[in-house]
Write a protein that binds this ligand. Structure first.
Ligand code: RFL
Ligand code: PHB
Length: 401
């Protein structure tokens, strides 16, 4: 089999790239290691920036999102047992975010690709990528019980944080920058109405908590827990009690979350990682394959969508004009946005979580930063601009000379 662009990984990055290329008349093949049901049910992100929504609409995957997505005009911060709302449109000149689960984004993209797109193979695990520096790379993969070969003009590694394509960039030219945080998240999905009509990010003496949602009847809730926590040590009642304690305010004493059946429970480590450059020869990296962020800033899926939007435009430009100028700029263009998101995710994470080694000085700094956001429109606007995301095509520019 031969294709123009071989896409390794059928998560949001790979699937969206395939759609954007399809619309530009460029053929691709998506190879996904897992089966369709697994990919469609993997619980992950929930917040989409405007630029991600625009990219999904441009890919033809906006109809259900426009019907069922919940538009959010702000978030609530809880700290010092009080609440403060950050009003996004007022602080950013009209920008907002959407609550629409990654599972739904993935389902929409898969349905489209299978209806009229190029091949999307499930249970197709890529084993090696050869000839990255040649005009005709070769992808070897296991499918239907045997090893198969796909030749192509370009390979895009959309194979996530544990993928293999990153390893194709020789160690002599590849640098990975990493941080591991001294805490994890315990996340649950519950058949309970959301606590409030917007997301709540809570700083408390007992640690961080986040109240998010999937729909008007399903909540997604997170608690900071120590690294190495076994979810079995957290029976449902303990989770609800802890959420009540961390989300408590003095303005509504005795307030409790509405409880419901817990349908999923898992512990997620918190890490930052950036691999530079995001290209080697004819092999490109996109999404979690190149970078991950701790989820506190809600940036991972949005960065993945931004990468593949930039990449699809670069392939279309090459196809139309014969110029590889945008492809050559791909890594630098994306890394500007990636580092901005890394900084914001680090900022939100360290401002809101309790480090096990934290002392009163650290807590004083956190509360001072939160007070600043609650009292200065400039500080609040900085958070709101980052949370709602930079428009695509406006990279975080550096010095002009
Ligand atoms: P994915 O989704 O990991 O997909 C990679 C795919 O590649 C496949 N694969 C292979 N296929 C073939 N051959 C191989 N050798 C392969 N190796 C791997 C895998 O099976 C998989 O299907 O990466 P992608 O597409 O880059 O998408 C990234 C996003 O999934 C991720 O950044 C977000 O989920 C992060 N994230 C959030 N992002 C947001 O923008 N907003 C959020 O609110 C948000 N919340 C979250 C999150 C991530 C979380 N977790 C689980 C870390 C909340 C959580 C809890
Ligand atoms: C989610 O709904 O899963 C979610 C929302 C916001 C975050 C992280 C996760 O910052």
């Amino acid at each position: 089999m031969h294709t123009t662009v071989a896409i390794v990984g059928g998560g949001p990055a790979g699937l969206l790239l395939a759609r954007l290329l399809h619309n530009a008349g460029i053929d691709s093949v998506v190879l996904e290691r897992r089966d369709r049901a697994y990919v469609e049910q993997r619980q992950r992100a929930g917040i989409l920036e405007q630029a991600t929504v625009d990219a999904l609409r441009a890919a033809g995957a906006g109809a259900r999102l426009d019907r069922e997505g919940l538009v959010h005009d702000g978030i609530e911060l809880r700290f010092r047992r009080r609440t403060h709302r950050v009003d996004f449109p007022a602080l950013t000149g009209g920008r907002r975010v959407w609550v629409y689960a990654q599972t739904e984004v993935v389902k929409d993209l898969i349905a489209l690709q299978l209806s009229d797109g190029g091949p999307l193979l499930f249970d197709a695990e890529v084993l090696t990528v050869e000839g990255a520096a040649t005009p005709r790379p070769v992808v070897r993969y296991a499918h239907e019980g045997r090893e198969q070969t796909l030749t192509c003009d370009y390979v895009v590694g959309c194979d996530g944080f544990h993928g293999i394509v990153r390893g194709v960039v020789p160690e002599s030219v590849r640098t990975t920058h990493e941080r591991t945080y001294p805490y994890s998240w315990l996340g649950i999905l519950a058949e309970a109405p959301p606590v409030y009509d917007e997301l709540i990010y809570a700083h408390s003496e007992r640690g961080f908590a986040l109240a998010s949602m999937r729909s008007p009847t399903v909540s997604r809730l997170y608690l900071q827990v120590p690294n190495g926590t076994d979810p079995a040590d957290w029976p449902d009642e303990r989770i609800w009690d802890e959420l009540d304690a961390r989300l408590a305010t003095d303005t509504e004493p005795g307030w409790r979350l509405e409880r419901g059946a817990v349908t999923a429970k898992s512990v997620l480590p918190m890490r930052s990682s950036v691999t530079e450059p995001m290209r080697h020869g004819r092999v490109f990296l996109a999404g979690d394959a190149a970078h991950i962020v701790p989820p506190t800033g809600a940036k991972g899926l949005n960065l993945a969508a931004a990468d593949v939007t930039v990449l699809a435009r670069a392939f279309a430009h090459l196809d139309r004009t014969g110029s590889a100028e945008l492809l050559d700029a791909y890594s630098d263009t994306c890394l500007r946005r990636v580092w901005r998101a890394e900084h914001f995710s680090y900022f939100m994470t360290t401002m809101l979580h309790t480090d096990p080694a934290q002392d009163g000085f650290d807590t004083g700094l956190q509360l001072s930063q939160l007070d600043r956001i609650a009292t200065s429109p400039h500080a609040a606007a900085e958070l709101a601009e980052n949370y709602t995301g930079l428009p695509l095509g406006v990279p975080a520019a550096g010095p002009s000379s």
